[in-house]
Design a protein. Structure first.
Length: 112
C-alpha cells in the first residue's frame, strides 16, 4: 500500500443560513482559503498550511507557526509574500497543547 500526501489548495468557505450566499462567494474570491508556508532557504520545503483571514494575516496552527521565521514565504494562488512576524497563542507550549494550537502569521506585503 502506498500513501501519498500532497497539499492541494481548495476554496472552502462557511455559509450562514441568515446571509445571502452571494456575500460569501464574493468574499471567497477576495481571500482564497489556503496558504502554503515555506522556508526561504533553498531546498527546505513546506512548513505548513494556513488560511488567509485578512490581506496580510494568515491563521494557522501553533505547531506550524513555531517553525516559521520572518523572511519565510507564504504563497496563495501563485502570489508570494514574505513573513513579517509570527504570533503564537500564549498558552501553547508543545504539540500536545491541542486546545491552544493556534498561531498568526503577519505578511510583509498584503495578498490581493
Amino acid at each position: 500500500m502506498m500513501l501519498s500526501c500532497f497539499a492541494i489548495p481548495v476554496p472552502a468557505i462557511i455559509v450562514r443560513h441568515d446571509r445571502d450566499e452571494r456575500q460569501f462567494l464574493e468574499l471567497a474570491e477576495h481571500f482564497p482559503a489556503t496558504a502554503s508556508i515555506r522556508s526561504a532557504g533553498p531546498g527546505q520545503g513546506l512548513r505548513g498550511m494556513g488560511t488567509l483571514i485578512a490581506p496580510d494575516w494568515i491563521l494557522t496552527a501553533a505547531h506550524v507557526a513555531v517553525n516559521t521565521r520572518p523572511g519565510d514565504l507564504a504563497e496563495i494562488s501563485g502570489t508570494i509574500s514574505k513573513v513579517d512576524s509570527v504570533i503564537l497563542h500564549p498558552d501553547w507550549h508543545q504539540v500536545a497543547d491541542l486546545k491552544n494550537d493556534i498561531g498568526l502569521i503577519h505578511l510583509e506585503f498584503p495578498m490581493e
